[in-house]
Design a protein around this ligand. Structure first.
Ligand SMILES: Cc1cc2nc3c(=O)[nH]c(=O)nc-3n(C[C@H](O)[C@H](O)[C@H](O)COP(=O)(O)OP(=O)(O)OC[C@H]3O[C@@H](n4cnc5c(N)ncnc54)[C@H](O)[C@@H]3O)c2cc1C
Length: 405
């Protein structure tokens, strides 16, 4: 194979969790020479990323499997509370960690640098041209050529735009902020993550959250709101303002701007000739609006197929798409696309929301699902039936909000 014709064998556009983990997996798990790959990111690292920073246990496992030591400040998620109007259901279980993205993403990209990968941060992709056997990329600093392209450039993916890919579904909307702990942050004080589904009664398709976090070494609360945007709303910020006011936070005192997430749906395109879409450039969890761990796991699947293509000269990635969809993470993402429509439907979703607040079985299964564990088929069927409102006599443990607090 005449490599010198190209500057790189593979260029990864985007150095977030998807890009970094794909690069690390290529080098560490598949023996690809680090100088044959480049990671390009428009931002200069350490860069901040608007995010609550909840990395489920699946992501923690990927870190360990890639041999990356978790050296940045973080807190453990010790469980979950599901809130809905006056009720709360709590379940304690190890869910993963919360870390500040400024630290977490820099840790991953530093590991790529240390391995000898060509990391070009502060160098944005601006143009893309198909050439014989690969691509010519126009970047902020000049032109470079590559045989294969990994689009890991997140919700706004420039690569997708340059390849004229249509969005398969409306993007989710989020607002996020961090504050000090307040007297009412009872779940957070115990290391639990609060998901408040009460906002669905305000017309939103999503939840308000309070997560424990660590910023600059100090404990803080990550707060925010997620609207899956199955149907558009213009009042997401107003609903956030009401939720914050209930917790003693005045929205006027914080600067907020909206952010988007791309959902993974059945129509999601995962590859084109010589290109794979990885992480949020493909799509993330539509029910939770989360995608760090899923992107990290998808990156490892992508790396396996890219390494194979580099060795064989392959240029199509249908097997990648098939493996993603059939994997635990892919099934999770597809189930999540289905779930978002069930849980957040104003009236039809009521049984599902009641089930989550009232049933320990629902929360424990949900937590296992969140951690990236495959659920037995019988559990999946039981959950689906209960979500649809069939009474199964499952243990109900929801308590009035005041007494549970
Ligand atoms: C407000 C908010 C809160 C969230 N909270 C959580 C949470 O708690 N837990 C969770 O799991 N997920 C959360 N998410 C989702 C999570 O942030 C993403 O799913 C995750 O970052 C996806 O990783 P990625 O590597 O695919 O993309 P990203 O992390 O977005 O990385 C993409 C990278 O590509 C770079 N890039 C973009 N365009 C170009 C270009 N033209 N040239 C070069 N580089 C480019 C960007 O600079 C960026 O560094 C949240 C999202 C938002 C908006």
């Amino acid at each position: 194979m005449s490599r010198p014709a190209f500057d790189f064998d593979a260029v990864l556009v985007g150095g977030g969790p998807a890009g970094s983990c794909a690069a690390l997996s290529l080098v560490r798990e598949h023996g690809i020479r680090p100088d044959a790959i480049a990671v390009l990111d428009k931002a200069v690292f350490p860069r901040d990323k608007p995010c609550a920073g909840a990395v489920s246990e699946l992501g923690v496992k990927v870190l360990a499997e890639l041999g990356v030591e978790l050296t940045v400040p973080h807190v453990r998620m010790r469980g979950v509370r599901i809130l809905d109007a006056a009720r709360v259901g709590a379940t304690e279980c190890d869910m993963g960690i919360v870390a500040h993205r400024l630290d977490f993403d820099a840790m991953l990209l530093d590991a790529c640098r240390a391995d000898g990968v060509s990391v070009r941060d502060g160098d944005a992709l601006r143009g893309l041209e198909r050439i014989a056997g690969g691509f010519a990329l126009e970047t902020q600093s000049g032109r470079l050529t590559t045989r294969l392209l990994l689009a890991c450039d997140g919700a706004g993916s420039t690569t997708r735009k340059l390849l004229a890919l249509r969005e398969p579904a409306r993007k989710g909307h989020l607002y996020v902020l961090e504050t000090d702990h307040g007297a009412g942050d009872l779940g957070v004080a115990q290391g639990l993550c609060d998901f408040d589904l009460g906002v669905v009664d305000d017309g939103l398709e999503g939840y308000y959250w309070d997560f424990p976090t660590m910023i600059g070494g100090a404990p803080q609360v990550s707060r925010g709101i997620y609207h899956a945007n199955l149907s558009p709303r213009s009042d997401v910020k107003a609903v956030l303002a009401r939720s914050l006011a209930l917790r003693g936070v005045d929205i006027e005192r914080v600067k907020l701007r909206p952010f988007s997430t791309r959902p993974f749906v059945p129509e999601t395109v995962l590859w084109l000739e010589r290109v794979v879409f990885v992480g949020e450039a493909a799509g993330i969890d539509r029910t939770t609006g989360e995608g760090i761990a899923q992107s990290m796991e998808m990156a490892r699947i992508a790396a396996r197929h890219v390494a194979r293509a580099l060795r064989s000269g392959g240029r199509t990635f249908e097997p990648y798409a098939r493996e993603v969809r059939g994997s635990t993470v892919g099934r999770h993402l597809l189930q999540s696309a289905w779930l978002s429509k069930r849980v957040y439907a104003p009236r039809l979703g009521r049984p599902a929301r009641d089930f989550l607040v009232e049933s320990a079985f629902a929360r424990e299964s949900g937590a296992r699902w969140y951690r990236g564990e495959p659920l037995p088929l019988v559990t999946q069927i039981g959950l689906a039936l209960a979500m649809l409102g069939c009474r199964l006599g499952l243990r109900r443990t929801g308590a009035p909000r005041a007494s549970a607090a």
